[in-house]
Design a protein around this ligand. Structure first.
Ligand SMILES: [Fe+2]
Length: 293
């Protein structure tokens, strides 16, 4: 089970929940919409973790092939076979799957089964949500020293997001979290002149917080933020809206990180979606500014 060290001076939005308790799903859903990171205490995906941990996507190879292999998605791998042509396909088959069609097939079966289990968990906790897009991601390469951030997706779409994570690797996946975007923005709004971003889309607002206020990747680990430390063990499953919950992968290897884009009107409380929160922040501070002047 994950080990967590909380900074006691931060608002506590890390919650451990068990799904086998009465009304657990609606409680988890309410916490999720509120902007909590919810760690499921009694839930595991049924996967062949030992096998998955033997697969190495960080193999050495010619730089032009490795560049493409790093971006090689699970969708590509689901279409891969021993007969696939193309230099990247052949390299992946030979070096990631050791030229073994049985290993490749077992991985493909694991991915299909894992994605189905992620979907079933999403539907169990959020049965009334209407999803407009599903993205299943298996991240099997090393991530080290990300900057603390809130996700932005380069979109103007006003949607709610369900994100489900699972650490597949035998080594702990190390995260740091800090304030929610709304808490942070309200705390520093005047000091950092956040009204200069009031005409940006909510998506661009997250980009501005990450890069213009916290210093982006160039300032990774040097942002001076108070942080909680989380070490997710193999098999741990957790959920959070990554535009509400600040997060930083400090170290991680193999993980599932799936996303569901949700019609906000199907939320228990649509006013808790990310875009509505950002608009309220700007409106509230515009009112305060107007009453001061
Ligand atoms: Fe992120």
């Amino acid at each position: 089970m994950a080990r967590i060290i909380r900074d006691p001076t931060l608002e506590d939005n890390i919650v451990e929940a068990a799904l086998n308790e009465p009304d657990a799903e609606s409680r988890v859903r309410a916490l999720y919409e509120d902007g909590c990171l919810v760690l499921l205490r009694d839930f595991r995906f049924d996967l062949d973790y030992a096998f998955l941990n033997e697969l190495d996507f960080d193999v050495d190879g010619p730089p032009d092939i490795m560049r493409k292999l790093k971006k090689y998605s699970v969708d590509h791998i689901l279409n891969l076979s021993a007969r696939s042509n193309g230099p990247v396909e052949q390299y992946a088959f030979k070096h990631v799957f050791r030229g073994d069609a049985g290993r490749l097939k077992h991985f493909q079966d694991q991915v299909r089964s894992g994605d189905n289990q992620v979907y079933a968990l999403y539907k169990r906790i959020f049965p009334n949500y209407r999803d407009t897009k599903q993205i299943y991601t298996w991240r099997f390469t090393e991530t080290l020293f990300e900057n603390l951030h809130w996700d932005n997706f380069g979109t103007t779409e006003d949607f709610h997001q369900v994100r489900i994570f699972c650490n597949v690797d035998g080594r702990p996946r190390l995260w740091r979290t800090s304030e929610r975007s709304e808490t942070f923005a309200r705390r520093v709004y005047a000091e950092k002149s956040l009204q200069r971003f009031a005409d940006e889309t909510p998506d661009r607002f997250a980009f501005a917080l990450n890069n213009k206020v916290l210093g982006g990747m160039a300032g990774a680990c040097l942002d001076g933020m108070r942080v909680n430390h989380l070490a997710f063990e193999q098999g741990d499953v957790w959920l959070c809206e990554t535009r509400l919950v600040s997060h930083q992968i400090y170290s991680g290897y193999r993980a599932i990180a799936s996303m569901f884009f949700i019609d906000p009107e199907s939320m228990d409380n649509p006013e808790l979606r990310y875009d509505a929160r950002v608009k309220r922040i700007h409106a509230d501070f515009a009112r305060v500014g107007a009453s001061v002047n």
